[in-house]
Design a protein around this ligand. Structure first.
Ligand code: NDP
Length: 333
């Protein structure tokens, strides 16, 4: 099997030297084990956190061991009664072309339900994050204004579309003209702002949100979020989902203090990790699948081809190379 190991803990943006490719023989299968062939491997921003050894909600990757994350794989040999050869599973698995697993934590998926890759995106962790964060924290009401940053990514595209389904005015912030055009013309966002070319983001936001901001779904943090806070309405809700603009920062930048705004507007700001809502995943997954089937949710993916592309694809998240969910196709199903 080919593997990608964490070669060193990156300082700032990871580099080629963060990753090390190896090739090893796998041992024979034992009773209860399966041999998996990786089909799709997900790259996600949270993995940057696991490359550092700072304390967080998931433990750090170990040095010189494979990086791991969401993987869709096919069972190619089986000594497990639960997972017959030919079945397809999703799990938190190492970055390897072939993996021996004992079946624990693997979830079978039905290949006829939707394209397999959707289970790493809209029907998987990012989709659930969008649904739970927006609806359970943001609690958007018809006619309210919802702002989402990181709007053209895996989570952001779903957040904005759900907010439209809920009857809101939706404003997205993203990093290229292609992305803002996509948000407005394909996904039906009311306005979209390119934060890389807009000199005064706060003024652009004020123009895009004439009635202020009721819900802010924050994927990026930093100066983009600072611009949103000054526009909050009374009783606004802020779902702090991600802070990607800070994940590679070597020191934390100071922003304006947000507490006076929260106090004056009596707003709620809440951080969350999608797993907090595990007891509501059934409802969320059914909601997402239903809207997808009805054509109310559109879904985009940026798929890199080949195991070798994993490090580059991962780095692409921090350069904004993706529209929708970014993932790597490793093998044909
Ligand atoms: P995306 O598909 O949105 O990919 C990341 C995007 O972030 C890039 O395409 C890029 O788009 C944008 N970006 C990168 N660097 C910066 C920067 N410095 N400033 C502003 N934008 C930047 O990823 P996901 O949808 O998977 O994740 C989005 C956010 O949600 C992340 O912060 C992630 O950590 C978080 N998350 C949180 C979860 C939770 O449980 N709380 C679960 C899943 C995700 P652009 O061109 O617009 O810059």
């Amino acid at each position: 099997t080919r593997r990608i190991l964490l070669n060193e803990r990156p300082k700032g943006l990871p580099t080629d030297n963060t990753f090390k490719f190896t090739e090893d023989e796998l041992p024979e299968l034992q009773d209860g084990q399966v041999l998996l062939k990786a089909l799709y491997i997900s790259v996600d921003p949270y993995m940057r956190g696991r490359m550092s050894d700072a304390k967080s909600y998931v433990p750090p990757y170990k040095l010189h061991e494979p990086i791991a994350g969401g993987v869709i794989a096919e069972v190619t040999e089986s000594r497990s009664s639960q997972l017959p050869k030919g079945s397809v599973v999703i799990g938190n698995l190492p970055w390897q072309t072939y993996i021996i697993a004992d079946g624990k934590g693997l979830m079978p998926i039905d290949p006829n339900l939707a394209p397999l890759s959707y289970h790493l995106g809209i029907l998987g962790m990012p989709g659930l994050t969008a649904y739970c964060g927006l609806l359970f924290i943001g609690d958007p009401k018809p006619g309210e204004t919802v702002v989402v940053s990181g709007a053209a990514g895996a989570v952001g595209t779903v957040v904005g579309q759900i907010a439209k389904i809920k009857g809101c005015r939706v404003v997205g912030i993203a990093g290229s003209d292609d992305k803002t055009a996509y948000l407005k013309h394909e996904l039906g966002f009311d306005e979209a702002i390119n934060y890389k070319t807009t000199a005064d983001i706060q003024a652009a936001l004020a123009a895009a949100c004439p009635n202020g901001v009721d819900v802010y779904f924050d994927n990026v943090g930093g100066e983009i979020s600072d611009a949103v806070y000054s526009l909050l309405n009374n009783f606004a809700r802020i779902a702090v989902c991600g802070q990607i603009s800070l994940y590679n920062a070597t020191s934390q930048p100071m922003g304006p203090r947000v507490e006076p705004v929260l106090l004056k507007t009596k707003s709620l700001m809440k951080g969350f990790i999608v797993s907090d809502y595990a007891d509501r995943f059934g409802e969320a997954a059914a909601g997402l699948a239903g809207w997808l089937k009805e054509g109310k949710l559109k879904y985009e993916e940026t798929i890199a081809e080949g195991f070798d592309q994993l490090p580059h694809a991962f780095l692409g998240l921090f350069k904004g190379e993706n529209i929708g969910k970014l993932l790597v196709k490793v093998a044909e199903y």
